[in-house]
Ligand binder design. Sequence first.
Ligand code: NAG
Ligand code: NAG
Length: 346
Amino acid sequence: MKLATLFTLALAAPSIAIVRFHCSQLVVERLDPLVNPGSVPSSHVHQIVGGDSFNATMDPAKDMPAESTCTSCQFADDFSNYWTAVLYFRAQNGSYKRVPQLGNNQYETAKGGLTIYYMQDAIYDSEQKSKVTAFKQGFRMFTGDIQARTLEEAARFRYLTYTCMDTWTQRSPEMIAFPKRRCKEGIMTTLRFPTCWDGKNLDSPDHISHMSYPETGTFESKGPCPATHPVRMAQVMYEVVWDTKQFNDLEWPADGSSPFVWSFGDATGYGNHADYVFGWKGDALQKILDTSCYFTDPKCTDAKPKLQSIEDMNKCTQKRVVDEDIDGWLDILPGGFQAQYGPVSK
Ligand SMILES: *[C@@H]1O[C@H](CO)[C@@H](O)[C@H](O)[C@H]1NC(C)=O
Ligand SMILES: *[C@@H]1O[C@H](CO)[C@@H](O)[C@H](O)[C@H]1NC(C)=O
């Protein structure tokens, strides 16, 4: 895992082609227009960022930029929605408490949310040399296996990881399961989506199979896309910072297991997953991907992306439509889940 190297390199070489920006929290609730469309509530709690046209049902024909009044993302033309499950701490008396999120490094004043990367070129190149394609209107994808509870099941997916942050900028080592010790500054989850598209389908029944990992190697190592999925897309990556500090003083499991549980009951960490619904305005994303954009450097040459302040990002929020307690000490997780430490029946 080379992320620490990437981070150091990116800071040292501003011409590197990689887009990184933050999106503040839009809403935290049980809605999931990708996996449980139309369900109010959906199965488990999510934290969602992006355009405020987010809803229980999102028709792929919907014009997200036109139907949004704001976005919680730093790029003002990005009305996409990005979301993950939510983390809970399980106390020794069996009650659960939601773990809040923090703005990431360089976005400390952002209200929660997550940091998004669109990796353009193989990341060790200093310039944008090869074509990466932007997603199209109506495109969606999912990565991870919500039912995975073993390393073998999780291994089907690459790079869905946890970092136990002893310092605010620590980015390695990355682990596949929940950290089993107290992390001084919190836990980071890092989620990387597959990068090869079949070139035809904007979505698929499992929301996964229209995308593929490179045939060999990785996106970072310039691994080629398989013939079935020939179109090389940007690598979408999320970083989420979970503020676990307030739980470090409480009692932890005596058997050395992790006290953290995903909102869908996974207490192993192997069910880590992420959702993506594309909603950039016009060709704003492609323009950015065609340049050597570095983070949110406004000098992204020809692309001239519109940026908004963190203060404005924080103002874009949505009212919860699912009226339930997700934040108190809870006997059971919203949706009826309890911590599962082993395989779930499929
Ligand atoms: C979500 O959908 C419902 C039902 O179609 C609609 O009444 C509501 O205004 C929508 N909310 C947003 C934020 O678009
Ligand atoms: C369970 O433990 C937590 C953490 O110590 C505490 O705040 C909470 O009040 C307890 N809940 C019950 C029902 O005792």
